[in-house]
Design a binder for this molecule. Structure first.
Ligand code: SF4
Length: 363
């Protein structure tokens, strides 16, 4: 295989050799027993692909079977309540993925006779399905020669062909897509795409690529120049801003905690969380407004930090005990009293769940 620099047009010979190396490696070392590889329908592949965005295979393997057991087909998912979907997603994070999954299932039920479409354009028109996810559905489920470009594939291609720059930049992305499209096998698209993902995960890892057993090592530009660490290029780092909030753990005489549903937009949208105090609404006032009662005891707990992609959130938990019964009945759309041992049935953001579990263990 000859090296190609400064060009994304590959010769037929180059493409054939690359595909052959990858597929031969896949036949011996590729993953073939992942839960979503069994009966790979479009629905099953789609759910797995959405779960795998920003989440490791080892984590998804623990969530996927339970999710599929509850929602074995797209119509069952479409007919479920959003709360049910979010609760089964709890712990996977990035909840907009679950909300889009649910929304898309409803569109497919209502407008596509309950079947995911079979073309790139139609798939990409659905919420939460990008070009790579659409390519994965078509190739892994339907053996269509559609290219993919997830994080693993970007890394392998950027190193093999020494594509400089951060892959989030459109000029870099265009080059990587061009390579991926040229190299995707038309004969074994499912195996080829799975092989590229497996190779990226098993050998071409971010920090320690294992080049010796890699089927591409004799032909990989980054490897031959010992410059694997330069590819793919990194995004210029930006200093994240800090935000501070007080989260109120209002506990009634029966040991229940007051939860509040978050709005449908913004962080943790649609999930259950804890009421918050603000500069304008102090903790005491908030407690009285929400429950009609004043707390008898208050403890300020240790502060903790959660980092989102765009800011650091500093959470100051405040535990407030009510010894008298709350006057207001809160089981409404937005507020609910919940026992700590029942929390698993709700969609709750991971940092809030961690805090609640901590409180439960201490009492
Ligand atoms: S040779 Fe090394 S750097 Fe190149 S694709 Fe293989 S593992 Fe990655």
């Amino acid at each position: 295989m000859e090296l190609v620099t400064g060009s994304t047009t590959l010769s037929r010979h180059h493409i054939t050799t690359f595909q052959h190396s990858i597929l031969e490696w896949f036949d011996h070392h590729g993953r073939k027993d992942l839960p979503w590889q069994q009966t790979p329908t479009s629905y099953r592949v789609w759910v797995s692909e959405i779960m795998l965005q920003q989440t490791q295979v080892s984590v998804v393997k623990n969530y996927y079977p339970n999710f599929m057991q509850h929602f074995p087909d797209i119509t069952t998912l479409a007919n479920a309540q959003q709360d049910e979907v979010l609760s089964l997603w709890s712990g996977l994070g990035y909840y907009s993925r679950a909300r889009n999954l649910h929304k898309t299932a409803q569109i497919v039920r209502d407008e596509c006779l309950g079947e995911l479409p079979a073309t790139l354009g139609e798939l990409q028109a659905l919420p939460g399905i990008g070009r790579s996810t659409a390519g994965a559905i078509l190739s892994l489920a339907q053996q269509q020669p559609a290219a993919i470009l997830d994080g693993n594939v970007k890394r392998v291609l950027a190193r093999c062909f020494a594509i400089a720059g951060w892959p989030g930049k459109s000029s870099v992305l265009t080059q990587l897509w061009s390579l991926s499209e040229q190299l995707t096998s038309t004969v074994r698209p499912r195996d080829y795409n799975q092989a590229m993902m497996d190779l990226g995960a098993a050998l071409c890892s971010r920090s320690k690529p294992d080049c010796r057993p890699c089927p591409l090592h004799r032909h990989c530009i980054a490897c031959s120049q010992e410059q694997q660490h330069l590819y793919p290029g990194k995004k210029a780092t930006k200093k994240l801003p800090h935000r501070h909030i007080k989260m109120l753990l209002i506990r009634d005489a029966a040991g229940r905690i007051l939860l509040e549903k978050r709005p449908q937009t913004g962080i943790w949208a649609g999930l259950w969380s804890l009421p918050e105090a603000t500069a304008e609404r102090q903790a005491h006032t908030a407690c009285h407004q929400l429950t009609g009662a004043q707390p008898q005891r208050i403890h300020t707990l240790e502060q903790r930090r959660h980092t989102f992609s765009h800011f650091h959130l500093h959470i100051q938990p405040v535990l407030m005990h009510l010894t008298k019964p709350a006057h207001r009945v809160m089981d409404s759309e937005r507020l609910v009293w919940y026992k700590l041992d029942q929390l698993n049935s709700l969609g709750i953001a991971a940092p809030v769940m961690r805090l609640l579990k901590e409180i439960g263990e201490k009492t």
